[in-house]
Write a protein that binds this ligand. Structure first.
Ligand code: R2B
Ligand code: URA
Length: 304
């Protein structure tokens, strides 16, 4: 096992290291990252992950695998095998870039982020950025538009992430990194992709939380839905997904930059159902990847 690194009690750290703020971890002999099937006692984290600078994450395991394979082809960097030993998440590496899926919704993503942040902390990785590459429902944008988030809102229109802890509501700020968002937006423009920027609403479910009219249950009417979507638009929201505030809050706490880029699968002003044919879906899900691939190749060129 690698030597235990002390976790700072006050969380202070300006060395660029990925931060964990949990003194209890110092009392553990080992740390099992259960959902990756990896432990400090059986994996050399500094050797395997010490060079990581970017974590690219998205919901689906097959999409993340496809992105990792394509990036390996685009960049010429070798692709690792799946480094996760559990079937919950997949994890691939291409040079300094780690590709990990997070499942759907904040609860699933928070498990992945907790374990990935600890993994990178134990690896002594420094100056790491996390980029979520996902799908979303657009607000007043054409289907296929790639939305680069410049803010996140919860269901109460607050830029905050709430958790229930110890029988109480704990509210934390949910901010993304504005410089990283700007750089990514510019990469989209130079790749001639249809890009937009705006706020992202994080919903706790796909149906009622996003004011869809096509769930198994619905207790609001078509006018209430239209009012909600109009209110989103007035508040500068460009898309809705299910992870944004949790992602923004976790990345801030971990001392890493966070950005979210999601393609809009539909314009919610025109409907609720996702009816894309397979070829269009593949074209759309490749768009945010193309943006990120171009951005990362530029960064790799600067690292050499
Ligand atoms: C976007 O797509 C998924 C739901 O279909 C969810 O993970 C999200 O944020
Ligand atoms: N993902 C969501 O969360 N909402 C949509 O409308 C589409 C994808």
């Amino acid at each position: 096992m690698t030597k235990q690194q002390e976790v700072p009690k006050d969380g202070s750290n300006d060395s660029g290291e990925v931060q964990v703020k949990n003194p209890h971890l110092n009392e553990q002999i080992d740390d099992v990252l259960y959902h990756f099937g990896l432990a400090r006692s059986d994996t050399n984290f500094p050797e395997l992950f010490g060079d990581v600078k970017y974590v690219c994450t998205g919901g689906s395991p097959t999409r993340i695998k496809m992105y990792a394979e394509l990036f390996s082809q685009d960049s010429g960097l070798p692709l690792s095998q799946n480094l996760s030993r559990s079937d919950r998440f997949v994890m691939f590496k291409t040079g300094a870039i780690l590709w990990v899926n997070h499942g759907m919704g904040v609860p699933s993503m928070s498990i992945m982020l907790n374990e990935c942040i600890k993994l990178l902390h134990y690896a002594h990785a420094r100056d790491v950025s996390f980029i979520r590459i996902g799908t979303s429902g657009g607000i007043d944008v054409l289907p296929g538009t790639v939305v680069v988030s410049n803010g996140t809102l919860n269901g109460l229109f607050e830029e905050a992430h709430t958790q229930y802890i110890n029988g109480k509501i704990v509210k934390r700020e949910a901010k993304l990194n504005p410089e990283l968002a700007k750089e990514l937006y510019n990469s989209g423009v130079s790749e001639n992709l249809p890009v937009a920027h705006g706020k992202t609403l994080c919903a706790d479910d796909f149906y009622e939380g996003q004011m869809r009219l096509d769930g198994a249950f619905c207790e609001y009417d078509v006018n209430e839905k239209a009012d909600f979507i109009a209110r989103l638009k007035d508040n500068g929201v460009r898309n809705i997904e299910m992870e944004a505030t949790g992602f923004a809050s976790f990345t801030t706490r971990a001392n890493v930059k966070g950005a979210i880029i999601c393609v809009a699968l539909l314009n919610r002003l025109n409907g609720d159902q996702v009816t894309l044919d397979k070829a269009t879906y593949i074209d759309y899900e490749l768009r945010p990847f193309k943006l990120v691939s171009s951005f990362l190749r530029g960064k790799i060129a600067q690292m050499i």
